[in-house]
Design a protein around this ligand. Structure first.
Ligand code: AP5
Length: 216
């Protein structure tokens, strides 16, 4: 069996990052995430690309999509270095889905289904470690000591795009651009749907089962 090629789709806050991390560890594959890659390069100068804003940061803080040209390149490089992978945060529109189909084959596309109300609660309550990136929630998965990362002792902060107004804009952008991507994979017959509102352990077991079924 070759290493799995997994695409995890879902709205902002659906649990893609949480579950991708666990899948990558369990199947010993790469976690390829455009969100983390862009956050690590948010002040990169992209003005030569004739884009509306000069940096990824400006798009992200507005809750808008970073231009395809920037993101496609990140994904192409990351996938060329990975045997197996779980892809998180890409594709986010139909043009990106078309580009992805030209550079790799997917074994399974898992869609995490979560209601809008739950998404807003999860995102506005999320806290991340500014040292190691570990993910918490003030109510659903709080750290042992408030504001301090259990894993490395770093400070827990709120992401710039997790304020309520930006979360609403991200959900609008998702509905307009990424829901058609979900429908595209559904029509193609490669999409499996998982209830994303169980506990993180339950959601993980459901995804693991789908990945194993698709790759055995
Ligand atoms: P990105 O970082 O990809 O953000 P996102 O897709 O909006 O997703 P999130 O990271 O916010 O949520 P998640 O689904 O990973 O949920 P998580 O596991 O953290 O993108 C950010 C920005 O970058 C975009 O807005 C855009 O500007 C740009 N960008 C990225 N990719 C791009 C692309 N391809 N093209 C163009 N632009 C791009 O969980 C959320 C919270 O819920 C956490 O607190 C967690 O602890 C909690 N939680 C998780 N699971 C559960 C559960 N089962 N029960 C209870 N709580 C849970």
């Amino acid at each position: 069996m070759s290493d799995p090629h997994v695409l995890l789709l879902g709205a902002p806050g659906a649990g893609k990052g949480t579950q991708s991390k666990r899948l990558a560890e369990t199947f010993d594959i790469e976690h390829v995430t455009t969100g983390d890659a862009l956050r690590a390069n948010k002040d990169m100068d992209i003005s030569h690309m004739d884009t509306e804003y000069d940096t990824p940061r400006a798009y992200m803080e507005a809750g808008e999509l970073v231009p395809d040209e920037v993101v496609n390149e990140i994904v192409k490089t990351a996938l060329s270095e990975a045997d197996g992978y779980v892809l998180d945060g890409y594709p986010r529109n139909l043009d990106q889905a078309e580009y992805l189909s030209e550079i790799t084959d997917l074994d399974v596309v898992v869609f995490l289904d979560v209601s809008e109300e739950e998404l807003v609660d999860r995102l506005t309550g999320r806290r991340v470690c500014d040292e190691c990136g570990a993910n918490y929630h003030v109510e659903f998965s709080p750290p042992e000591e408030e504001g301090v990362c259990d894993e490395c002792g770093g400070d827990l902060i709120q992401r710039d795009d997790d304020t309520e107004d930006t979360v609403r804009e991200r959900l609008r952008v998702y509905e307009e651009n990424t829901e058609p991507v979900v429908e595209h994979y559904r029509d193609e017959g490669t999409l499996v749907e998982v209830d994303g509102e169980g506990t993180p352990d339950d959601v993980f077991e459901a995804i693991r089962g789908e990945v194993e079924a698709a790759t055995e």
